[in-house]
Structures are given as structure tokens and as C-alpha cells.
Design a protein around this ligand. Structure first.
Ligand code: FES
Length: 114
């Protein structure tokens, strides 16, 4: 593996993701949601901090945010911050190399500011 991809895991082909639709993957035991918006890839934790449901990949996309399909909590795709309160989804660094998406995951960072 090249130095530029150190710490990154190969997830899927770039073409596998559909524009404005989420998909979920397990990477090193972390449940992540990937989104493609305007050709950019965003990787967030797939577990909504509200009821700990792994459904963020099913959320709908609006103004650079993903909205949880269960009760509508919204999170910024870039930094995972919740729109109205202090909750946050972990976000992961993404690289696209030779048509494949690579993500750098890390263990859950607990956020008790709910
Ligand atoms: S489970 Fe996501 S908003 Fe309730």
C-alpha cells in the first residue's frame, strides 16, 4: 500500500455509489454510511446518536446535511455536527484512488452532549 493510503481501508468502487443516496458498510467493525453528493464522497458513522439506530445511510440529503429517517435529526455531511443541538456523528477522512474509495476509520468517540 502506498504511503498516501496508510491507515485507510478500501471500501468499494467509486461507481458503486449513487449520487444523493447513502449506502452502509462495515469497516473494521465500524458501521459507516457513505454518501455521494455532487461527486464528492462523505463518510459518517451510520449510527444515529438519538436512538442508536444504524439507519443514517437511509437518511435523506438536504442542503449538505443528512436527515435521520426515524425522527429527523440532521447532521452536516462534512463535520457530522447536528444542526440544532450538540450531538455529532463521527466523520471519516475519504480518498478516491484508482476508482476506489478508501476511508480512514477510528474507534467510536463517545459524545455525551445529547
Ligand atoms: S433515531 Fe435518528 S433521529 Fe431518532
Amino acid at each position: 500500500m502506498t504511503k498516501e493510503l496508510e491507515g485507510f481501508e478500501k471500501v468499494c468502487k467509486y461507481s458503486k455509489l449513487i449520487e444523493n443516496e447513502g449506502q452502509h458498510f462495515k469497516v473494521n467493525d465500524i458501521d459507516i454510511a457513505l454518501f455521494k453528493v455532487d461527486g464528492n464522497i462523505y463518510a459518517l458513522n451510520n449510527i444515529c446518536p438519538h436512538q442508536k439506530a444504524n439507519i443514517m445511510h437511509d437518511g435523506f440529503l438536504e442542503d449538505g446535511c443528512v436527515i435521520c429517517p426515524a425522527h429527523g435529526w440532521g447532521f452536516n455531511l462534512k463535520d457530522g455536527k447536528m444542526l440544532e443541538a450538540g450531538a455529532k456523528l463521527d466523520t471519516y477522512e475519504v480518498k478516491v484512488v484508482d476508482e476506489y474509495i478508501y476511508v480512514k476509520v477510528y474507534g467510536k468517540k463517545f459524545n455525551w452532549n445529547l
